[in-house]
Design a protein around this ligand. Structure first.
Ligand code: ADE
Ligand code: ZN
Length: 370
């Protein structure tokens, strides 16, 4: 199983770039920026990564990202993540960043966006990894703060595929951001929303009401048959994060992961690493953990790899190409798309979504209005 997982091409659809900040790099950047951190060693940092809920994690996550100041820091962070993707055969990424976690400390929006995008472009050049960037709003802040961030982001919007909603879920329902999301939709952005991680099924219902294109986590949707039916009807993808779920006590043990139940319900579920530096593993570790915890079959694992592409924001033709590549890799051959000459051709423009309105977007809007 481990070998199969390693050789399948995969897409990562739920990853907070700030959550890939490994302690070694944190120490290095804190040193060069002369920022004090309350830990004496990498080991001490890792020892602090014990969480009993989402908020305990978020407190440390915001503290960790506070050492990021310069464009080079954001570049190094992104570059390191993409090197890990290459090692795990992740060939396409759709990553979140939390601008308010930086601008709120006085780092200019441009510094953050420039550094991350340069890192993504560098990864595409070096490894052929294609990408989408998603600007995520912090839900513990006000909707007005979100509007101010959208305004700041204006010069960059063509480089972002969409927006997301993350941070402390309980007490901050999607409906709090309904106007902001409506505005983002009107500007042509795709919509993602963390819902049903710790928050109740009602929050997933509100995300559906807003008309999101993807639900991040979505675990607690499985408590409501009507939600399961609606998610299936709209063919919405749920980006589940197995090691995150156990680390944050969203589930007591891996055997309780909703991945199998989602597959059995015919839902488009994917496996993702969320904040791998904090939760103990990148993509392949998440696949291995959930496959072992749920005794998944090889067919299940192949389905999850295909879902990662079909649930992505890639154009339809790319999705089909990657699904064929998954099939080829399953039987132990190297997919043509991963051979060197072909990878060059695979590179495509990641910018200019707003006025693109391609077939993918049509599909999504059809699903919403059905
Ligand atoms: N921000 C980073 N990781 C998150 C998670 N798992 N849930 C909500 N917000 C987050
Ligand atoms: Zn997340």
């Amino acid at each position: 199983m481990k070998k199969l997982i390693a050789r399948l091409p995969k897409a990562e659809l739920h990853l907070h770039i700030e959550g890939s900040f490994e302690p070694e790099l944190m120490f290095e950047i804190a040193g060069r920026n002369r920022v004090e951190i309350p830990f004496k060693s990498v080991e001490e940092i890792r020892a602090a990564y014990k969480f009993s809920n989402l908020q305990e994690f978020l407190d440390i996550y915001y503290q960790g990202m506070a050492v990021l100041r310069e464009e080079q820091d954001y570049f190094d962070l992104t570059r390191a993540y993409l090197d890990r993707c290459k090692a795990d055969n992740v060939t396409h990424v759709e990553i979140f960043f939390d601008p308010q976690g930086h601008t709120g400390r006085g780092v200019p929006f441009d510094v953050v966006a420039k550094g991350i995008i340069a890192g993504l472009e560098d990864g595409e050049r070096r490894h052929g990894i294609t990408w989408r960037l998603i600007m995520s709003f912090l839900r513990h802040l006000s909707e007005d703060d979100g509007f101010a961030t959208l305004k700041e982001a204006e010069p960059w919007l063509e480089r972002f595929a969409g927006v997301g909603l993350d941070s402390s879920e309980q007490g901050h329902p999607p409906a709090k951001f309904a106007r902001l999301f409506r505005q983002c939709r009107a500007m042509g952005m795709l919509l993602c929303c963390h819902a049903g991680e710790e928050g109740p099924p009602e929050y997933v219902r509100q995300a559906l009401e807003i008309g999101v294109d993807r639900i991040d986590h979505g675990n607690r949707a499985m408590e409501e048959p009507s939600l399961i039916r609606e998610i299936a009807r709209r063919n919405l993808t749920l980006t589940v994060c197995p090691l995150s779920n156990t680390a944050l006590k969203v589930i007591a043990r891996m055997a309780d992961s909703p991945v199998r139940r989602m597959l059995e319900a015919g839902l488009s579920v994917t496996v993702n690493s969320d904040d791998p530096a904090y939760f103990g593993g990148y993509m392949n570790a998440n696949f291995e953990a959930v496959a072992a915890g749920l005794a998944l079959s090889k067919d299940d694992v192949v389905q999850l790899a295909k879902n990662s592409f079909t649930g992505s924001f890639l154009p339809e033709a790319e999705k089909l190409r990657w699904c064929a590549a998954v099939e080829t890799a399953r039987v132990g051959q190297t997919p043509l798309v991963l051979l060197r000459t072909d990878r060059k051709r695979r590179t495509h423009d990641n910018a200019c979504y707003r006025h693109r309105g391609g077939p993918d977007r049509d599909l999504f809007s059809q699903a919403r209005t059905q």
